[in-house]
Design a protein around this ligand. Structure first.
Ligand code: FUB
Length: 448
């Protein structure tokens, strides 16, 4: 990919808060990409890039357009709070304020402060000149800011996609990319390089590599990175016994995105004993892959230290409360004739619906729904059915016990239909939804 050197940026204020429940993608109020996930104070914070649509005077049509960053957090990986904009291209002293090139960031806690690293285009040195990608730092006392950008970018670093890793001995490292992948020690102040820049050796030489993310697991250093082995990026990893290599190519974490989204960019965390891969696809913009959306799926290490390939899902991760609006279009499994579409193709941020035909394999399954000890007595389904139908809710499998039968009246408009259900024991259940009589469209279901 020929990344243009555009310019830009800004600061950080925690603005309005906005919490919503989501599966994949996890952020549905805006486009988001390049997620850097971190665990701070028992919560997961995600620092993504923020794609927007180009408009006259706002970025370049057909390319990445990115003017600021938001931060999001969650205690359970399903309910996400948007803490608002934290850094913008107009508030970084050294950045070109009109370059719309605030690409993949990272954030790390050190010395009692939160250091937010971001690439953007520097101000051109002459009126007719061009800036270049540099990496800046903004510092905060809290993970959601306010962040104050440093007056100048990190000296000696040209490139994109910063990632910071602190080893067990307290030494921090900065990784970034620009054709190759680079790594260097950081001084304790986290704002300057200490010593030389290393080109990380023994990675694939053919095809773009970018977005490095260092992860240490059981004494091994995993340099993980997107790489174009074929036509678009896939996520790979190389391992070493040292944070600056040499590395040995070890495997693929995630294959190329089936939607054709050209980029992928990721991070890995361990949270409450489980590893997670944060990555992106283009769920909310299927026909333009520079308007992306962040996803999460579980990641597992094999006993020999290799990583099991992660298969992208819509269900994503986490337990969904029975009383939430359960978006069954983010399914765990489905029969061949069940489909998913946008509720309103002109307004994709309104989300998706499931379309369940009354055929043998028109079912959809949604796993890991938490029913609390206080018994739920009814289910409400936001649905429509042009010819009228019956929605069966089954426990566990397509042939499982029917726990609810909801008569969906004939009509082409969405309505909330409530029906009594059989008693359900407290615990985590997998639910299957089956249409009878005719096709039923479902926006969400919820128990009460
Ligand atoms: O988001 C802009 C660029 O696309 C990132 O910096 C790359 O890693 C790729 O995801």
């Amino acid at each position: 990919m020929n990344y243009l050197k555009l310019g830009f940026i800004g600061i950080a204020f925690a603005l309005s808060s906005n919490t919503s429940t989501a599966q994949n993608p996890i952020i549905t109020n805006q486009f988001s990409a390049d997620p850097s996930a971190r665990v701070f104070n028992g919560r997961v914070y995600v620092y993504p890039s923020h794609d927007i649509k180009a408009a006259p005077g706002r970025g370049r049509a057909g390319w990445f357009v990115m003017e600021d960053y938001h931060v999001f957090s969650s205690a359970n990986l399903t309910e996400w709070t948007d803490h608002g904009m934290i850094v913008s291209q107009t508030r970084v002293p050294w950045a070109d304020p009109a370059s719309f090139s605030m690409w993949a960031p990272d954030c790390i806690f050190r010395n009692g402060k939160y250091y937010f690293y971001f690439p953007t285009t520097s101000k051109p040195k002459t009126p007719s000149g061009r800036g270049h990608f540099a990496i800046g730092v903004a510092v905060a006392d809290k993970p959601a800011g306010p962040f104050k950008p440093e007056p100048a970018p990190i000296a000696g670093v040209l490139g994109i996609d910063p990632n910071v890793f602190t080893d067990d001995d307290g030494q921090s490292y900065l990784y970034w990319s620009q054709g190759n992948v680079y790594g260097a020690k950081l001084k304790a102040n986290m704002l300057e390089l200490e010593g030389e820049v290393n080109t990380l050796a023994d990675l694939p030489t053919k095809g773009l590599k970018e977005g490095p993310y260092m992860y240490k697991h059981k004494g091994t250093y995993y340099l993980t990175y997107p790489h174009v082995e074929n036509k678009i990026e896939r996520l790979e990893y190389a391992t070493s016994k040292s944070p600056l290599g040499p590395f040995k190519f070890t495997g693929v974490i995630m294959d190329e995105n089936p939607t054709g989204c050209w980029t992928n960019h990721h991070s890995i965390i361990e949270f409450k004993g489980q590893h997670y891969l944060f990555y992106h696809s283009n769920d909310l913009s299927p026909s333009f892959d520079k308007n992306r959306s962040v996803r999460i799926d579980s990641l597992f290490f094999n006993a020999d230290g290799t990583i099991k390939k992660v298969v992208p899902t819509l269900r994503g991760v986490g337990i969904t409360k029975a009383t939430a609006h359960i978006q069954i279009d983010r399914y765990s499994e489905k029969g061949a004739t069940a489909t998913v579409d946008f509720i309103d193709t002109a307004h994709k941020f309104n989300g998706w619906k499931s379309i369940l035909p009354a055929t043998a394999n028109g079912w959809i399954k949604y796993n890991n729904v938490q029913f609390e000890p206080a018994a739920v007595k009814s289910i409400t389904v936001k649905s429509l059915s042009n010819r009228g139908g019956v929605l069966e809710v089954r426990d566990g499998s397509v042939k499982g016990l029917v726990i609810g039968t909801v008569k969906i009246p004939q009509g082409g408009t969405w309505r909330n239909v409530t029906a009594q259900i059989k008693p359900i024991k407290a615990g985590i259940r997998n639910l299957v939804f089956v249409a009878r009589n005719s096709t039923i469209e479902v926006d969400w279901v919820s128990f009460k």
